[in-house]
Design a binder for this molecule. Structure first.
Ligand code: CA
Length: 227
């Protein structure tokens, strides 16, 4: 007995959704569909699909936010669909833990090739590798972080912030960029939220929080993590 592997498609464009369903089923997969981010999360939790195709531009909960949440909950590969000109979204999508992306308009042939490639990939590969920097270790899979032999007690946003920094050593982030990546585009709040979380994180990972050696302040810009 063979059980076909399942693909969840989260896309609000009805024609594209149906075309994807048709091609997936034709390719031997069982297809599940959702027309917005919230329904997508619901379906992913209930059905535990083997792969998720996720559009960036969705009504309500957008694809980036959905990706961030899904990545914490599942190790199924996530393939993002992006529109042209969404350069930043692409990068953000991959940093959020997506495994691959295709840019619209794409051919079904190309998309199915990506789907097959992701399905062949051994599970728990890309996102699961623990991140290391000096004595710091962050394991996205186990959702744990360590400084030497001591496990760090990080709140969810502190964990996400450290993961963002450790995935991008030496790269400067503005407060706005951090805010958007961690709190989402629709967050109505102050960039000082970022400063507060950086301060909390420093207290946990810096030997001398007042003279930080890991999370460096770039005056007038934001922060950079020293790898
Ligand atoms: Ca869309």
């Amino acid at each position: 007995m063979t059980t076909s592997r399942s693909v969840l498609v989260i896309e609000d464009e009805e024609n594209l959704l149906e075309a994807l369903r048709y091609n997936l089923e034709h390719g031997g997969y069982s297809a599940l569909t959702a027309a917005d981010g919230a329904k997508g999360l619901e379906t992913a939790r209930a059905a535990q699909p083997d792969l998720i195709i996720l559009d960036v531009m969705l009504p309500g909960l957008d694809g980036l936010e959905a990706c961030r949440i899904l990545r914490r909950e599942t190790d199924a590969p996530i393939l993002m669909l992006t529109a042209k000109g969404e350069e930043i979204d692409r990068v953000v999508g991959l940093e959020l833990g997506a495994d691959d992306y295709v840019t619209k308009p794409f051919s079904m042939r190309e998309l199915m090739a990506r789907v097959r490639a992701l399905m062949r990939r051994p599970r728990k590969q890309a996102a699961a590798e623990p991140l290391r920097s000096g004595l710091l270790t962050l394991d996205p899979e186990a959702h744990s972080a360590w400084l030497g032999g001591d496990e760090l007690r990080l709140k969810p946003r502190e964990f996400d912030l450290l993961a963002l920094f450790m995935r991008n050593p030496g790269r400067a982030f503005t407060r706005d960029q951090i805010l958007e990546r961690l709190w989402g585009r629709d967050y109505i709040g102050d960039v000082r939220t970022v400063d507060v979380h950086v301060r909390w994180l420093r207290e946990k990972i810096e030997a001398e929080p007042s003279t930080p050696a890991r999370i460096i302040t770039i005056r007038g810009v934001g922060y950079r993590f020293e790898g």
